[in-house]
Design a protein around this ligand. Sequence first.
Ligand SMILES: [Fe+2]
Length: 422
Amino acid sequence: MNSSVAQNTISGSPAGTAQKPKVPVSIESFLLGFKVPFDVYSKEGIGYACILKKWTKFDQDIKASLKSKGILYLYVEGDPTQIKEFFKAPSSAAPKPAEPDYHSYTKTKDEFHHVSKLVFAPGSRVNFSIFNNVGTQFSPLIETMPDRHVPVTENIKTVSGGLAIKIADIKLFREYISGLSKTSSTDSSAMQAKIAGIKESAKMNIRDFLSDPGSSKNIDGVVVSANQVISVLRRKEATLSNMLTVSAGDMHLYNHSTNVAVLSTAIALAMGMDQSQIEKLAMGAMMHDVGKKNLHSSILHKREALTNEEFVIWKKHVTDGISLIQNNGIPREAIVGVQQHHERVSGLGYPFGLRGIAITPFGKILSLVDCYDALTTRRPFKQPLTPFAALEKILKETGEKGNFDPELVKLLVKILKGQGRI
Ligand SMILES: [Fe+2]
């Protein structure tokens, strides 16, 4: 941080102290090389720290330093009208920076990791910053540093949209999750946080696996998470709804892969499949889209329909995935599940166009669940289908084209109905 930057921390609203209003302003609205005629603060837990004294020049070094700490908004103290005029931005209430384009968003989202609101029980203290993700926007809710634990405020559970942390803080978040698993409290919100922690741990283990599928440590992490998910669902410690990841802008592969694992496990348990088979199925589910790591972002995140040439490249993610995992000691059944997750009972799937009994039960389960989760996933520029509408579409495809196994579709409908999701 620039040496001219002040570092005094003050409480957010100390009793008996009249404070001047603070207006949130995106750091992008600060003109580089210009002196700012206001005191400027950053959020520190529930308080504020003065980081720029009045008439300090805002320069590139300050901006870069703030960005490296994940600080995207500052709080300018003074008359809101004067602040508005100086920054020429309508910022009297919530910050509303310009909507970035889709390309910027796909880049920005890679700086963040989505987390569940459920892991933050009242009284939790965190030493990592937490952001609110609405659509394409990430704005800070709690800003802190690794050496500073601050309480999580209750409003974190009620904000619209999802929560995210910076990628750089995943290690700290893992430590926080590990603390949840050690709780002996039987309080319902503590139990809920503990279960949500298992799901969050699965998301992070899948994320690690997707980034380096050849690492035996990462494969072990997937096995641990597969067994934890099975255990939670088998013992009915959580409902399916608690275990499914749903948040705004949730287009990350690790979220989708976790959901596919949860739903596949629920189906397998309902079928009475044995433990070792369910473990292999859950592993296949967590790994099924690993080949997408080879897909270029321009295809992976394309908003419009893919061209024929692009679809050919897209389809390669299945065989690419097999190449990435086939010699790493992963059970054969799991690999076959990955290989068949886009096949259709009708023979209209890919990459091999397998039909009927040529597709294994793992392939049939994964193709159905993968399709259901894709249809019900919210994306920044696309509304998701409701579970009911998604099942209607799947039932139609099953009836007209014979794409999915009708018995499995019936089971999925029964499970979702039993959980009150449709
Ligand atoms: Fe896929």
